[in-house]
Design a protein around this ligand. Structure first.
Ligand SMILES: [Zn+2]
Ligand SMILES: [Zn+2]
Length: 483
């Protein structure tokens, strides 16, 4: 008997945590962070306490109360007994925080399955993040001590604390008990996204993850729809059920190119940091307008890691790409000091490679040759404008989703203040297309797959799925759906 229990992604966009159980065998589909729930209780200056292990997360229902899936170092610190492993694997659809954000808390012996691209993105996130729940690839044993040379106790830290997680690329079907799970890649706003098709003794099941047709990899989503045709149960996202259409990445590229060509000065552009398809759109537009695209070191690291899994990803050494390294710490990058180590100390180990790359540019170059560049600048880069000095001949292209809460509106107002301060003259309306299929595309997916039962997740419009004339089960957090 197969059952499904959704612990997250219910009546909300994201935070997917879906347990599939067949007899003794249990797997999770995604283990994400519910940003909605998280920011109900926390903000930038009020974070969950690390000292409480997972306690603050359990308290607020950010992770489910299930035995045998959580890391034992945190459990021990919380005064809870050690538990044997009770889950046979986590299958990740893609590396967005609302799908992998709570993975940090899982045990290191719980096998994590994902596409090679997803695993590379997790590596990059772990390497380049400053803080947060980023032990995606290596778990760092915490709250443990060891006997030091002086006979006292020291905290276990650094390399000594590192335990690699059990990770497997989903390049072939995985058998767990009587379940057979295979990945079926789809297109989304991050590389490596996949759906899963699961054969079980009680029927077949497909999980869409997040998907769309209107990106460069739309053919993958088409292929998934064909592969999943006729499954008994379809767990499907419905982020944009109330929207009817989307512009394609190709159309977006043309619009961006028009804006670049109409600009004399520097073009500042904000697109989601890990949306590589959007990066490709800006790269194409910049190239055809005869400019360089300046990305940041985090994006360069991401492209480099992804390149190890997928040769079609642009390389950070592409002749049209420059890496914009900002001043950090003491800001010594352009001081021409006799000892390079003094400059190196301003940067983290992983960043230094880009600091010394032949295609590195600093603010002097962007300020002195503004017409040669399209540079990515998001909310956190606004202070760099003081160095880059855009003016009325400059342009700011907004290529992210519209603000959907007060916090985002507030940040947007701050960005506008900076642009006003520098009299940035050209500010076209937002040029963006979503990572999610609009309602009419979801309808087509449901019609073509033609499942007996639909379970909508990752949506605030779950009831709209009732309109498709199929048996539709609206999940309830923590309640078991028998298939
Ligand atoms: Zn999502
Ligand atoms: Zn996503």
């Amino acid at each position: 008997m197969v059952s499904i229990t959704a612990y997250g992604g219910v009546n909300e966009v994201g935070g997917n945590q879906i347990l599939v159980q067949d007899g003794k065998n249990r797997i999770f589909l995604d283990f994400g962070m519910s940003f909605g729930k998280f920011f109900t209780y926390f903000d930038a200056f009020l974070a969950p306490r690390k000292l409480n292990g997972m306690g603050d997360y359990f308290e607020l229902g950010l992770i489910p109360p299930i035995a045998g899936i959580y890391r034992n170092d945190y459990l021990k610190h919380m005064g809870r007994p050690q538990e044997p492993l009770s889950c046979d694997g986590l299958f990740i659809s893609h590396a967005h925080g609302d799908h992998i954000g709570m993975l940090h808390f899982l045990r290191e012996d719980l096998t994590i399955h994902g596409t090679p691209e997803t695993l590379k993105i997790m590596e990059s996130l772990e390497e380049t993040s400053v803080a947060g729940l980023t032990e995606y690839v290596n778990l760092k044993r915490t709250f443990e001590f060891y006997q030091n040379k002086k006979g006292g106790l020291s905290r276990l830290e650094g390399e000594k604390a590192k335990v690699p997680r059990k990770i497997e690329a989903v390049d072939k079907p995985v058998e767990i008990g009587q379940m057979k799970i295979r990945a079926s890649p789809v297109n989304h706003s991050i590389p490596g996204a996949t759906a899963y098709i699961i054969e079980t003794p009680s029927g077949t099941l497909a999980y869409s993850g997040d998907l769309r047709f209107h990106g460069y990899g739309g053919h993958l989503t088409e292929k998934f729809v064909k592969e999943a045709a006729g499954v008994d149960t379809l767990i499907i996202e419905g982020t944009r059920m109330e929207h009817s259409s989307s512009m394609t990445e190709e159309e977006l590229t043309a619009k961006v190119k028009t804006e670049i060509e109409a600009t004399k000065g520097i073009v500042l552009a904000n697109w989601p940091i890990r949306d590589v398809e959007r990066l490709i759109s800006f790269l194409k537009a910049a190239k055809s307008a005869g400019r360089y695209l300046a990305i940041n070191p985090k994006q360069a690291n991401l492209l480099e890691k992804l390149g190890e899994a997928n040769s079609k990803i642009p390389k950070p050494t592409d002749p049209a790409i420059k890496i914009f390294v900002t001043r950090k710490s003491w800001g010594l990058i352009d001081r021409k000091l006799p000892d390079l180590n003094l400059v190196n100390e301003d940067y983290k180990e992983w960043e230094r490679k880009y600091l010394h790359a032949s295609n590195m540019v600093d603010y002097n170059e962007l300020r002195d040759n503004p017409s040669a560049y399209v540079v990515r600048a998001d909310f956190f880069d606004m202070t760099e404008l003081t160095d880059i000095r855009p003016n009325e001949t400059s342009c700011y292209i907004r290529s992210v989703c519209e603000p959907f809460d007060e916090k985002m509106e507030f940040n947007e107002a701050i960005v506008n203040s900076w642009l006003d301060h520098f009299h940035v003259g050209r500010r076209p309306p937002t040029i963006h297309c979503s990572g999610h299929a609009p309602g009419q595309d979801i309808k087509r997916i449901v019609e073509e797959i033609n499942p007996k039962t639909i379970i909508p997740v990752h949506t605030e419009k779950a009831a709209k799925f009732n309109e498709f004339g199929k048996k539709c089960i609206l999940p309830v957090v923590g309640s078991i759906i028998q298939l």
